[in-house]
Design a protein around this ligand. Structure first.
Ligand SMILES: [Ca+2]
Length: 226
């Protein structure tokens, strides 16, 4: 699943989702605290979409309130005949040259089964693209979480992580284990309930109409016999 070229920014929910194109943010920092977000979506577009080729790109993400970060791929297409030697994405703990350490490296046409998580509150995402192979793209979410007791405005994931409650049932795997997915969103449940109420009302109207006609018919028969 890859994002479209239409940019979907903050949906209006204060602690909701934020989306951006990584290829427009090379060398920049996403400070989740200042943006007042608990999660976001990061898209790397094919160079055809933005006119950029052979683009290596790195950006820093800082989570709010010292929380850890979990990265989950929605879609990925980073592959060359040379494996992960030339085109790849890397996740680092920290971001300075001296202090950063590699969390994981990935290249494939399928999202990895596992997520990538930080131990601290800062991560560096670095994408490397070889000049010959420029069709790479990916789509991922990043989410702030912590372990321990969840507060009242948090959702407790099955894997022991606490994420903001607004991320529950938002159609994205923010927990990293899928436990915040819902079969039906809140809007879906409301729609089904409304539809059921309308159907019941229609049935009640039809039954009342039939009862009224039958009663009127019976009354006319009684009147005819008199
Ligand atoms: Ca979610």
């Amino acid at each position: 699943m890859f994002g479209t070229n239409s940019k979907r920014l903050d949906s209006g929910v204060k602690w909701g989702f934020f989306s951006d194109f990584m290829d427009e943010m090379c060398g920049q920092t996403i400070d989740m605290r200042s943006k007042q977000i608990e999660s976001g979506r990061l898209l790397l577009r094919r160079p055809e979409a933005n006119g950029l080729r052979n683009q290596n790109c790195a950006l820093i993400i800082k989570s709010p309130n010292g929380k850890q970060l979990v990265f989950k791929f929605l879609g990925i297409q980073i592959e060359t005949p040379f494996g992960c030697d030339r085109d790849y994405i890397e996740f680092f703990e920290g971001y300075t040259n001296n202090s950063r350490s590699l969390i994981g490296k990935h290249c494939d046409s399928l999202p990895p089964m596992t997520d990538f998580t930080t131990a601290g509150n800062q991560a560096l995402i670095a994408f490397s693209r070889y000049v010959q192979f420029y069709h790479d793209q990916f789509d991922l979410t990043f989410t702030a979480y912590h372990r321990g007791a969840c507060s009242g405005n948090e959702f407790g994931c099955s894997n022991g992580r606490c994420i903001h409650q607004d991320l529950h049932c938002n159609d994205f795997d923010n927990c990293g284990d899928g436990s915040d997915y819902c079969l039906l969103s809140t809007g879906g449940v409301v729609g089904i309930v409304l539809a059921a109420v309308i159907i019941l009302l229609l049935i009640a109207v039809v039954v009342a109409f039939l009862w009224y006609r039958r009663r009127k018919h019976n009354n006319s028969q009684v009147s005819g016999r008199l």
